[in-house]
Design a protein around this ligand. Sequence first.
Ligand code: TXA
Ligand code: MG
Length: 357
Amino acid sequence: MVQHKQTRVVHVDAQRPDAAIIEEAASLLRAGELVIFPTETVYGLGTNALQTTAVEQIFAAKERPYSDPLIAHIADLASLEVLVTDFPDAARKLAHSFWPGPLTMVLPASARVPRLITAGLDSVAVRMPSHPVAQALIRAAALPIAAPSANRFMHISPTTAQHALADLMGRVALILDGGPCTVGVESTIVDLSGPTPTILRPGGVSLEALRVILPTIMSPEQRTITHNDNATQKAPGQMLTHYSPRVPAFLVEGTPEEMRNTMQAEVQRRQATGQRVGILIADEDVASFQGSGAHIYALGNAPEQAAARLYAGLRVLEDAEVEVILCRNFSEQGIGLALRDRLLKATGGKVLRLPLA
Ligand code: TXA
Ligand code: MG
């Protein structure tokens, strides 16, 4: 069974991790055990990417279906050798600009990559994270590390060690606690295995930044329009409810004032029927909701702050046992595109805007 391990949580300095702790975690990875570690995006649930029995344990611990492929994490370009059969010019350019960092590239897979990682596809997703703990760990293990986000399948990705522990306690040997993740949403995934570089998932590297390097890169929106028929096949694991809280949620849209008005009306309507309502709002909205009776979680005002706090906010409201979550929209510039993507996933695409029906 899955529930058999003592899970140790060990604090590490996010900038200068203790070498002895890293070596201990690395030896667990080399032995095919599971270790949770921080990256700049979210916490990862890692193991030896070249060992099928180790990778199997990731799926068991997360209760994740084998149809959802994993990302292999590396600390240097030399490690690509064992994972991919081609590193096209476009990939080289992106690596030069965004690695290490919150960018994952889908590339033609080598025969060495276990089929469990690729979900049977002929491509593999590879990322070089910039977080000093992740870098030190991958280097010390001297292996590519397979790591999905360290949450139960379909639940919210973890941005603190406590989130990962809440989902996976008893299922992993060790959690390295390096404090909260700074980006807070997952990496941008770019498919470079076909003729046109295509964004499969918006994330920590913005569309605007990618366009500076590859002006013709296909945005997620263009991809949905052009490839609607096989979009799910191209981006396995990207179903609408992938990042869900355990309670129903709605995205509120409009101008800042419209969003406040919509939310206020909705909070009142639901509270009148005795519902416990949680709201994710901007700092600038807080004064309007003081005394409303809703559980408030403020996400900051800029999309960067909101991205970094979103998953923590969803978990806090879930733990407060609210029966519904209302979340406001933010700017779609920069990381705002990834933020909106995750909001739509958390809400299953349910949107509220004035006038309310
Ligand atoms: O920021 C992140 O990317 C985090 C940290 C831990 O690195 N990882 C992460 O992994 O979000 P995960 O497993 O939650 O999401 C990986 C997604 C899959 O759901 C799938 O959509 C995509 O990556 N993926 C993986 N391999 C792929 C492939 N060969 N082709 C297309 N998509 C792939
Ligand atoms: Mg995930």
